[in-house]
Design a protein around this ligand. Sequence first.
Ligand code: HEM
Length: 137
Amino acid sequence: MSADFSLIRSSFAAVQPYGSQVTEYFYDHLFAHHPSVRPLFAAHLDEQRDRLWAALGALVANLENTDTLIGMLQNLGRRHAGYGALAEHYPAVGASLIAALRHFAGDAWTPAVEESWTAVYGVISSTMVAAGESAPN
Ligand code: HEM
């Protein structure tokens, strides 16, 4: 994958000062472009926003710890199968995540940063989907 982990870390750091605005933007973007996924989520997203953000931070912090990273993604993927997340939802979520990061990263956002996030999200989603599909329901 053509992912430069230092670009992932620096762009993620660049959006930190915006805090929950980033996840608000993400959910607004996701539900505006894919309203059909809204019913999967609870009515109030406050807690959910913090969890998503904490999970992303943990993933970014463990990019080089492959075993830890894969284990986290498999657990997350199994839980997501229970939330009704389907393989076809993952590209939509990835597009909204990248849109939110791009919006807040400012000058820190470059084509190489976008390519790195696209590659990393590809690994995140394929690992989560595979774990979700093999999860007992
Ligand atoms: C980068 C990929 C993703 C990450 C890091 C992520 C992270 C999280 C986290 C941390 C939670 C809190 C509960 C838990 O830890 O199990 C959660 C819940 C949830 N996620 Fe995700 N998620 C991702 C992708 C998706 C996708 C593709 C969908 C599909 C629509 C989705 C739908 C949901 C739903 C429905 C919940 C439960 C919300 C609720 O209880 O209202 N997520 N997610």
